[in-house]
Each structure stands twice: as C-alpha cells, then as structure tokens.
Ligand binder design. Structure first.
Ligand code: ZN
Length: 138
C-alpha cells in the first residue's frame, strides 16, 4: 500500500532530537519552542500536545540545583571575588536553562504521545494511523 512503513522511533531519542513521536522523521518544533501543527512526514496532528509548564519546571529545578551546588563548592574551596561568581554562574545558568528546555519539552511531548496520557483526558487522541479527527464528538 502507499502508507510509509516506518518503525516507531525510540521515544527517548525522538524526544531529545525533537522528532515526530510516530514516524521519527518529521520535526516536532516550529521555531525554538513552538510546537508544529503536524508532522511534515506522516501528518500526525500535534494539536493534542500540551506540555504545560512541566519541562520548564524540570529544567529550572535541575539547572538551579547544579548551579547552586557548583557555586557553593567553588566558594568553599577557592573563595573567589564576587565578580568571578557572576562571570561563571550567570552564563552557565542561561546556557543550561536554554539548552535543556527544548530537549525537555520534546521528551515531554513524545512521552505524552507514547503513553497516550492525553487519551485519558480526551478520548479523541489520535492513535496509530489516525489523523486525530475520528468524529468522537458527534
Ligand atoms: Zn511523523
């Protein structure tokens, strides 16, 4: 048949790479953090994805913990001037925060699809081979 035969991607890799959770080919993001409307390869409708604040909170806690621990260790061991702390930790905080946000959001969205978390809230979550328009509301 004309359906593209693709194996479902490993959810962890698809999420970290920002790829479609169904085919692993199409892009999950439109821009830095905006979710695309649908997969450009298999046409999976992304309208049901909603990561909420989950990725941001996770990245914020992880980044904060790592930076505060590193700052405490450096302060206790070397006792540098305050400007050294500013030069070290401000860029590290921004880099970690922005660098981890997109993979964390991709991982959250792909995991949401994989475990069909949305299906428990709305019965119209698209399954394999569906576009998300199953007429369940009629
Ligand atoms: Zn796809």
């Amino acid at each position: 048949m004309s359906e593209p035969k693709t194996r479902p991607p490993f959810p962890l890799m698809a999420g970290l790479k920002g790829r479609c959770p169904r085919c692993g080919q199409g892009k999950l993001f439109d821009g830095f953090l905006g979710t695309a409307k649908q997969c450009g390869h298999c046409r999976l409708n992304y309208a049901f994805f909603d990561s909420g604040d989950g990725p941001a909170v996770f990245v914020m806690f992880l980044t904060g913990t790592l930076v505060v621990l590193a700052a405490l260790i450096v302060e206790l061991k070397y006792q540098p001037e305050y400007w050294v702390h500013a030069v070290l930790w401000l860029p590290l905080t921004l880099g970690l925060g922005l660098g981890l946000l997109r993979p964390a959001k991709g991982l959250m969205l792909v995991t949401q699809y994989h475990f069909r978390a949305e299906q428990r809230l709305r019965s119209s979550f698209p399954r394999e081979g569906e576009d998300g328009e199953d007429g369940a509301n009629g």
